[in-house]
Design a protein around this ligand. Structure first.
Ligand SMILES: NC(=O)c1ccc[n+]([C@@H]2O[C@H](COP(=O)([O-])OP(=O)(O)OC[C@H]3O[C@@H](n4cnc5c(N)ncnc54)[C@H](O)[C@@H]3O)[C@@H](O)[C@H]2O)c1
Length: 466
């Protein structure tokens, strides 16, 4: 069985909760300590999640910790990631990699030199929505993609975030730094790397008002442009028109639309993991709905309203999968998907958008990256430490859903587990078939006789451990 990596969290703010929840889905890491520039925030986080807190420097030097999870604000990503690497630790940061391309390049260099992994959000492109779109594009369902549009537009973070100022700061502020990584990473996953960019920007208002928290009602200055219209040309020839704005009250446009030679595709929100991919192959025809809610990273897991923009009541949010996949890649000695080269390329596009808007000139993207490999369901199963643990994790994940899909899933995983073990494991043939038969019988009994879920889990676990 592979090991569980010990993670130290730096930056105990808004998004930390989502990563603690990821323990439920991915069991190859455990956040064991936390730190924050704000000592009280770290202490509160430690108390909530029953872990210990430390100072940032103590955490960086802690020998028990193998990976730093960097959930600080964008302006601090570079420094914390750099210190993590220099202290001999792998690092996984929230998006973006850094706020300047120069700093991002330096981080990739250090990671290479120190032979450490550097990973970066967003990992939403590993979710059902973007992966389904990728699968359909790779199958050439709409043919070669020639053009497309993308839009993220809303009134800004100040209404629901107690500390919104960094989102409007001169350095590190604006919608391209904040939301660009989701759209650009999703587009690179679908179309490959970008080649050149032109852009124009505008600032909606000069001052904003904080809507929640202790500073509610306080006015603060907007120091950066808050709306960008960009045109991005990709190496494969596709041209995308991207709108990113903090100045729009409401809109009813789709997140990403791709126009191919044989049809058009609507790609679900790249800030989420699930959603349907829609395809129309004829003018005026019905849009065919390719659902993702049966995919393991498309299944709805958020059912209660949260104040955060990325969590509405019917969404799939599996943030943390990128960290888990990176850990799996460390163990398997392979390149992870949310890797430094991908996030550096995205940062290169972000900086090019800013520069083009400022200079009114086309900007070339200087660093390329590989298009990430598709993330298949089979591989998702292999994310954690050892197939056995994964198998049990999956069973537990679907615990409350005593329906036929759950039964089919259990049977599927059982067969898959044994198929995998047949080739490699130490099971002898007789006990192998006996175990398989026992488990399948128990699964069927579970449904037929409405047995207790824990009884089923324990019986499977005991049998596999025999
Ligand atoms: N809030 C969201 O819904 C959301 C969603 C996805 C991604 N993100 C990303 O997650 C990151 C954090 O966002 P957030 O909303 O949690 O922000 P936040 O302001 O709520 O929390 C950031 C925390 O980092 C701490 N911090 C800042 N500089 C630090 C430093 N130098 N050393 C140690 N700690 C430091 C702050 O004290 C704060 O507690 C950002 O990169 C953001 O883009 C946020």
């Amino acid at each position: 069985m592979g090991k569980v990596y010990k993670v130290g969290l730096i930056g105990c703010g808004h998004i930390a909760e989502t990563y603690f929840r990821a323990h439920k889905y991915f069991n190859n890491f455990k956040i064991i300590k936390c730190a924050d520039i704000n000592k009280l925030a770290a202490q509160k986080c430690a108390k909530t999640y029953k872990i210990s807190s430390a100072s940032v420097d103590e955490l960086l030097k802690d020998k028990e910790i193998q990976i730093i999870l960097n959930l600080t604000i964008p302006n601090a990503h570079y420094l914390i990631a750099k210190k993590s690497l220099l202290n001999g630790k792998h690092v996984y940061s929230e998006k973006p990699l850094a706020v300047s391309f120069k700093d991002g390049k330096e981080l990739i260099k250090i990671a290479k030199r120190k032979k450490l992994f550097i990973g970066n959000a967003p990992d939403t492109f590993l979710g059902g929505g973007n992966q389904k779109a990728r699968e359909l594009l790779d199958k050439k369902v709409i043919g070669k993609v020639k053009f497309g549009t993308g839009i993220f537009a809303y009134p800004g973070i100040q209404s629901y975030h107690p500390n919104p100022e960094p989102w409007f700061a001169k350095k590190g502020g604006g919608p391209v730094i904040d939301m660009g990584p989701y759209y650009l990473t999703a587009l690179v996953n679908l179309l490959g790397p970008a080649k050149e960019v032109t852009s124009i920007s505008s600032k909606g208002v000069n001052k904003r008002t904080i809507g929640v928290g202790p500073k509610k009602g306080k006015r603060f200055k907007v120091e950066c442009p808050t709306t960008y219209f960009s045109t991005i040309k990709f190496h494969n020839g596709t041209i995308i028109r991207l709108t990113l704005s903090f100045d729009v009250i409401s809109h009813l446009r789709n997140h990403i639309e791709l126009y191919g030679e044989n049809g058009s595709m609507i790609v679900p929100d790249p800030n989420m993991f699930g959603g349907s991919v829609l395809i129309s192959k004829k003018l005026g025809s019905k849009w065919k709905n390719h659902q993702t809610n049966k995919m393991s990273l498309g299944k709805i897991n958020i059912r209660s309203q949260s104040s955060r923009a990325n969590e509405s009541p019917t969404n799939a949010n599996y943030r943390g999968v990128g960290l888990s996949e990176m850990i799996n890649s460390i163990q398997m000695k392979k390149i992870h998907r949310c890797n430094g080269n991908l996030s550096l390329h995205v940062l290169n596009i972000i900086e090019a958008i800013h520069l083009s808007a400022r200079n009114n000139k086309k900007q070339r993207i200087s660093v390329k990256c590989e298009k990430p490999k598709p993330f298949s369901n089979k591989e998702e199963l292999n994310i954690d430490d050892g197939f056995f643990k994964n198998f049990m994790g999956i069973i537990n994940m679907y615990k409350k859903e005593k329906d036929l899909i759950y039964r089919d899933l259990l049977i599927y995983f059982t067969e898959y587990f044994f198929e995998k073990n047949e080739k490699s494991s130490s099971y002898d043939k007789k006990s192998f078939f006996e175990k398989r038969f026992f488990i399948l019988k128990n699964i069927n009994n579970f449904f037929t006789y409405n047995l207790n879920h824990n009884t089923l889990i324990h019986s499977i676990e005991a049998k596999l451990n025999e």
